[in-house]
Design a protein. Structure first.
Length: 134
């Protein structure tokens, strides 16, 4: 065998090995691209869930509390959430015996409540007349 033939065989083997390496590298790159794409999708879902949790934490959470003591009835709203409660309107559909002076379906707007604040409708009405609670 001549030296040229040996060099040609070696070049062919090296070219074949290089081709196999390129095929393997291409498959690995495709696999990594798919994995990366899945990671991006999971990250986007996590961001969406986190945003929803943050929005939920910033929302108001109102309780309407009805207290009856002897012949007195107090109905007040308290904000247990972390965000301000605005545009609150309370409507009494069927006033009972202790709700004198309240007409059915009369809207009773309440002031804006910050986190942890509460308000009585009667107190609010007196505040508009200049009275302040202690």
């Amino acid at each position: 065998m001549k030296t040229e033939a040996i060099i040609l065989i070696i070049q062919t083997v090296i070219l074949g090995i290089t081709g196999l390496i390129v095929c393997w590298y291409t498959k690995e790159t495709k696999r990594l691209r798919k994995i990366s794409h899945r990671q991006v999708e999971v990250s986007q879902q996590q961001v969406k869930v986190t945003q929803e949790q943050i929005e939920t934490m910033q929302r108001p959470f109102l309780f309407l509390i009805d207290e009856i003591t002897d012949d007195h009835r107090s109905l007040y709203a308290e904000n247990f959430g972390y965000g301000p409660a605005m545009n609150i309107v309370r409507v009494i559909i069927q006033p009972g015996g202790l709700m004198k002076g309240v007409r059915p379906n009369e809207p009773l707007p309440l002031r804006t409540l910050g986190p942890g604040q509460k308000t009585y409708k009667a107190v609010e009405e007196l505040e508009t007349l200049g009275w302040r609670p202690c």
